[in-house]
Ligand binder design. Sequence first.
Ligand SMILES: [Zn+2]
Length: 209
Amino acid sequence: MNHCSNCGSSLVVTTPPGDDRPRFFCPACNTVHYENPRMVVGCIPEHNGRILLCRRAIEPRLGLWTIPAGYLENGETVNACAEREAFEEARACLTDLSPYLLFNICHINQMYLMFRARLTDLNFSAGSESLEVSLFDEKQIPWNDLAFTVITETLRHYFKDRVSGRFTFDIFDILPSGFAFSTPQEKRQSNDDLAEHPSPHASQTVQMD
Ligand SMILES: [Zn+2]
């Protein structure tokens, strides 16, 4: 950020009085330009045990698969965002939305809220941001061709929880070099995993661009 969006003057970086961190500040009009994380909202659209994936028609990760997800707009509820993204990317209509996973991705200043949802019908088709859309059962998931780490983690947890039928809301951190579990319950699970694997970091590290 170089120039003030209020008056066009050059900005400086300074810690405003009473604040505890540097901000972009305009000395001409005394405006502090705060920068805060952006939220992405997505959903896992389910239909009779299969889930809907979209193959991306746009960069980044053109040609790779994702669940419908996108940036929350100003004035938009998270539920409405999930429904809008499903329609824009897959012409799919959702019902029974249930909040499922929240990911902190602090190194890129983003957070992802993932819902579970059911398709109201099978009248889906590729939207302008998708090359194709299709239903997949667990064995068909293109694990090596998923677009983002957060998508892989979402689907991994979804299929793990589906075994028990308990889809409890959880919060996770995704780190530049891998992921970390945020909740006490999942930390215990993580420690169990560490005990099972001789090289836990090698086996669990995931890259996040
Ligand atoms: Zn200004």
